[in-house]
Design a binder for this molecule. Sequence first.
Ligand code: FES
Ligand code: FES
Length: 196
Amino acid sequence: MFPPATVARARRADDLSGMSTNVRIVRLRVNGDLHEVGVPAHFTLLETLRYRLGLTGSKQGCDKGDCGACTVIMDGVATLSCLTPVWEAEGRDVVTVEGLAEPDAPHPLQDAFDRYGAAQCGFCTPGILCSAAALLAAERRPSRERIREALAGNLCRCTGYTKIYEAVEAAAAVLAEEAEGRPAHAPGTAGEEHDG
Ligand code: FES
Ligand code: FES
């Protein structure tokens, strides 16, 4: 009798070499692009993104809902893709970290994370960016407490969170000013330099 972890690894190896027989065709809209792809019937959204669509920005951390590294945005809601069976994403709008930026400019969150030093090893960053982007799409000027709540499921071992919260607040200010029709002023770039 093999231990469960050995069986899981063997199953994953079969899946990835295309030997699985129980294949299902799914239709997904990811970052605005439509995909029709064959996947093992048990695949999660995360496995499909990474191993079928080549979108490796969403990270496979714990693979059981504890770390938030796999967070994507589904129909506007931050969603753990490691816990989402891929068929649940059919007919939904999925956005991954690869879809946050405009073709010619980073998302204000990405810019702020860079300016505030909010990413260190970066493993948690794609999931945190997606959670924060979903929050800022729903709330124009969230309080520090709301930001804390929205990111509560995203674990970071490096930053201590303060720089992350500051970066989200800075991005919120930029987005709010854009939405209010005022020239975007990014805290930390115009007479308010952040010391990192
Ligand atoms: S990989 Fe999904 S929560 Fe950790
Ligand atoms: S930057 Fe390393 S885990 Fe968050």
